[in-house]
Design a protein around this ligand. Structure first.
Ligand code: ADP
Ligand code: FBP
Ligand code: MG
Length: 522
């Protein structure tokens, strides 16, 4: 992702400073001198901050280490936090011919990655995350590992690649033999049989879309899931899924910790919408943007082949319009992009209809990209049926693409304003179901391998993710407490507006309001 996109995430993060959660974190944090953090073996001596989150992850213990110049490490849990006397073993990678020639293959225990890379002379060093990667000592003998993998939530390109690379990483790097897949999402822990996974059985799966394990929404019962983990003797749990899944993983981790089990819980964030906080980008996003070009091209070809042609393309994005924004910026054929973060209106001065009329008169055709979560309030006004949820508790959306297409048709046919030719394309599930592209495949591989390195090194209760280009271990609460959204006061959205020339749909008062600076952090 571009620097600009990284900047957008930082704007989101800055707002954390105002939240009660942040103030509580500071109150409970553990201060250390300088930045010589204790290695994880001595973390048992540190007081776990036990901050009770105000939001959705209600019982997350937080492990905060402060250093000089405003340095803060938001660390992830480690076995030694609650099981102090575990034996450790040399990392088998040191004898692996592929790695033995690599200088500094093991990650320095003190390496951390800053969340904010744009700084000023006097700004505090800010929040950091533990750098991901292989450690010199591991907490499992290969023959003792019994790992499982589960995929939850909606589909996303790259799921099979992550599964494949966890299996291959565990097998080839650490010599692990016992790996199973949990079928059909969280509920599969207690309602379905497991399937054995070997490098041979997963060899070709990255070439297929979907997930070979199946997935589901709903059905998260932490007690039943952990009972099942315990009964089977599973000691590494790899959980691939979005924000809902990571919340579920956090609850599972807490139950495992409460029972004092030596079971590592590692999350790999998945969301085609790219709405997971903190991380630079989620896997599958690039593939989705690329595939969306095919739909936009089709809409363009259709619309320019007829008089007053309008192509409407609906793309995914329940709460965040990243796919729509990037697909629009990539295409250059889009005249208007509508996303959930930017409210719009249809009629009157500066409205969508006026703009469509102008573009058709100027250019004879136009393409509109609309993210599925855009304009939901407008639709609710005319349809009156909001508030339904799916099995995971996600808001069910009304079809903005169909609604918008109908509204445009009605407007232009009423009072015989203009004869238009509108074609509506909904490629959403076609985009989601494809295999990941080359760059996402590499990305999935690194995420999977780093998840494996973290679990083998005794870290647990973490999500693996890229922050400012570096792989890190992020505590669950950080990726679940808020969603990554397009910031419409950022330069990236301004670039989009100037590339499409569409109206901003914002009133002068609203622009003033959102520009008002927030209070600086204390
Ligand atoms: N707050 C939560 N606590 C525990 N489990 C949750 C929570 N939210 C969602 N889940 C579980 O996570 C799984 C996937 O969630 P969902 O929202 O469908 O997809 P995603 O993980 O992609 O956001 C479901 O099985 C759901 O029951
Ligand atoms: O029809 P489904 O399977 O519920 O999925 C629809 C939703 O899945 C998404 O792709 C995102 O899903 P996740 O939260 O599972 O990543 C949204 O864009 C879309 O609204
Ligand atoms: Mg979600």
């Amino acid at each position: 992702m571009s620097t600009e996109a990284v900047e957008s995430q930082q704007v989101v993060v800055e707002s954390d400073y105002d939240s009660p959660t942040w103030r509580q974190l500071s109150d409970f944090s553990v201060a250390v001198t300088g930045n010589n953090f204790p290695s994880h073996a001595s973390y048992a001596d540190l007081r776990l901050s036990s901050v009770r989150d105000m939001g959705s992850v209600a019982r997350a213990d937080r492990k905060i280490v402060e250093g000089e110049f405003g340095y803060v490490l938001e660390d992830v849990p480690h076995f030694t936090d609650y099981l102090p006397d575990l034996p450790t073993y040399p990392n088998p990678l040191q004898d692996n011919p592929a790695y033995s020639v690599v200088k500094k293959y093991f990650v320095n225990e003190d390496d951390t990655v800053p969340q904010k890379i744009v700084v000023q002379k006097n700004s505090p060093r800010g929040i950091h995350f533990r750098r991901a990667g292989p450690r010199q000592r591991v907490y499992y003998e290969p023959e003792d590992v019994y790992a499982c993998i589960v995929t939850c939530g909606g589909l996303c390109p790259g799921l099979n690649t992550v599964i494949r690379e966890i299996v291959c990483g565990l097998s080839y790097m650490y010599g692990v033999k016992k790996i199973v897949g949990i079928q059909g999402g969280y509920m599969g822990f207690y309602s379905r049989n497991t399937i054995p996974l070997t490098p041979k059985s997963v060899n070709d799966i990255h070439k297929r879309g979907g997930t070979i394990l199946g997935t589901s929404r709903g059905g998260h019962d932490a007690i039943k899931i952990v009972d099942n983990i315990q009964d089977r003797g599973i000691n590494q749990v790899y959980i691939i899924g979005g924000d809902g899944t990571q919340k579920g993983a956090s609850v599972i981790f807490e139950e495992i910790q409460r029972r004092g089990l030596e079971v590592a819980v590692a999350g790999i964030p998945k969301t085609i919408d790219n709405d997971i906080a903190v991380i630079d980008k989620s896997f599958g996003f690039d593939t989705a943007v690329e595939e969306a070009q095919r739909a936009i091209n089709a809409a363009h070809v259709e619309s320019e082949s007829v008089e007053n042609g309008i192509g409407v393309v609906k793309l995914m994005g329940r709460f965040s319009g990243f796919i729509a924004m990037y697909a629009t910026l990539a295409s250059r054929d889009v005249d208007c992009c509508l996303i959930p973060e930017s409210p719009f209106y249809l009629e009157g001065r500066g409205g969508l209809f006026e703009y469509i009329e102008k573009r058709l008169k100027e250019n004879g055709h136009m393409v509109i990209v609309v993210a599925e979560g855009a304009g939901q309030e407008l639709i609710a006004d005319s349809i009156r049926s909001m508030g339904h949820e799916d099995a995971s508790g996600n808001k069910l959306l009304l079809d903005v693409g169909l609604w918008l297409s109908q509204k445009i048709k009605n407007y232009f046919t009423s009072r015989q304003r203009m004869t238009i030719n509108l074609k509506y394309i909904d490629p959403t599930y076609m985009i989601r179901a494809i295999p990941s592209n080359a760059s996402d495949n590499v990305y999935c591989t690194l995420l999977a391998q780093n998840a494996v390195h973290g679990a083998m090194a005794g870290y647990t209760g973490f999500t693996v993710g890229v922050v400012n280009g570096r792989h890190t271990y992020i505590p669950f609460y950080r990726v679940t407490e808020k969603r990554n959204k397009v910031i419409i006061t950022d330069r990236m959205w301004a670039r989009l507006l100037s590339s499409t020339n569409q109206p901003s749909f914002l009133s002068a008062e609203y622009i003033e309001e959102i520009k008002t600076p927030r209070e600086p952090p204390k």
